[in-house]
Design a protein around this ligand. Structure first.
Ligand code: SAM
Length: 293
């Protein structure tokens, strides 16, 4: 940020940064500037609008300038500030976990729909590939009586899941496990009503279509689901058949690119396709499959 002779008010900082982000090719330029400045000032983003004429302290300005540089270098805002909103809850994120995406909220919505049809209590749920724990925690906050197993292959990710579980005060409902898909569950675990997952589903063969900042900053393990992208999903569907109660559901996110292959995987299993859900951009994104009652 260039030095200026007159004072850097909040309004001016936001304007300058937004313009600069635009020049270097950013997308959500104003939002990024606001999130970074709100974090530097330790206030709600909305409060910036009531403080337009205020001049931040030198400490806050120094932090903000450093973060603007990181953003210009391509680092996602969520990693810079260390948190991201998902399903109206705030989640701690580090470079060990995927940044929660809005499209994954459809997994939560569908799981909550499915819960309405379940009379047993507590409802038993497994979240496979939990990452920040955004899906598991959102469900725990919205289901009164539930027991959720949150699984991730990455021990570093599970540490962040645990942090979010504590922050959101749902430790009585969620247990975290490190390991490979459903094999991570303790031996003798009881079958469950729901398995939810946003598994890694990008194909190695489509690496060049992935945004540079995603490849550079987000964990590889969270992104790639094999050469085609369907491999982890195939294994998950195979395992889910044995772990679901009769009438139980597998609800998972995938990409529009491999959506039809995923439907074929369900077709070739003992599960029955129930629903496909499009995301906010109108792209096929979530599949709900049911085990026969
Ligand atoms: C696409 S991210 C989803 C994270 C989080 N659920 C979300 O929606 O933001 C996929 C997650 O699955 C985990 N993962 C990858 N392979 C796995 C496996 N074989 N078993 C369990 N978790 C796995 C990754 O470490 C990553 O945290």
């Amino acid at each position: 940020m260039a030095e200026a002779t007159d004072q850097w008010t909040i309004k001016k900082l936001l304007q300058w940064t937004t313009d600069h982000f635009k020049k270097v090719g950013g997308e959500n330029t104003r939002l990024d500037a606001e999130v970074l400045l709100a974090e530097a000032l330790q206030c709600e983003r909305i409060m910036l609008y009531t403080r337009f004429d205020e001049v931040p302290t030198n400490d806050s300005l120094a932090k903000y300038r450093g973060w603007v540089k990181q953003r210009i270098a391509g680092e996602p805002v969520a990693y810079i500030v260390g948190h991201k909103e998902f399903y109206s809850l705030n989640f701690a994120v580090t470079s060990s976990v995927l940044i929660p995406r809005p499209e994954t909220e459809h997994v939560v919505v569908e799981a909550l729909e499915a819960v309405k049809t379940i009379t047993d209590r507590p409802i038993r749920i497994v979240d496979v590939g939990t990452g920040s724990g955004c899906v598991a925690v959102s469900l725990a906050k919205h289901i009164d009586a539930c027991k959720i197993a949150a699984i991730d292959l990455s021990a570093d990710a599970v540490a962040i899941t645990g942090q979010n579980v504590q922050t959101h005060d749902v430790a009585d409902k969620i247990k975290c496990y490190t390991g490979d898909l459903l094999d991570a569950l303790p031996a003798g675990s009881r079958p469950v009503h729901l398995i939810v997952s946003n598994p890694p589903y990008i194909g190695r063969s489509e690496t060049e279509t992935v945004e540079d900042s995603v490849l550079k900053y987000e964990p590889e393990m969270a992104l790639f689901g094999g050469e085609k992208g369907t491999e982890v999903i195939q294994r998950l569907v195979t395992q889910a058949q044995g772990m679901l109660l009769p009438g139980g559901r597998l609800i998972f996110e995938t990409s529009p690119t491999i959506f039809d292959e995923c439907l074929q995987i369900i077709e070739n299993s003992t599960l029955k396709w129930e629903k496909s859900i499009k995301d906010y951009a109108g792209l096929k994104r979530v599949i709900v499959a049911k085990k026969a009652s």
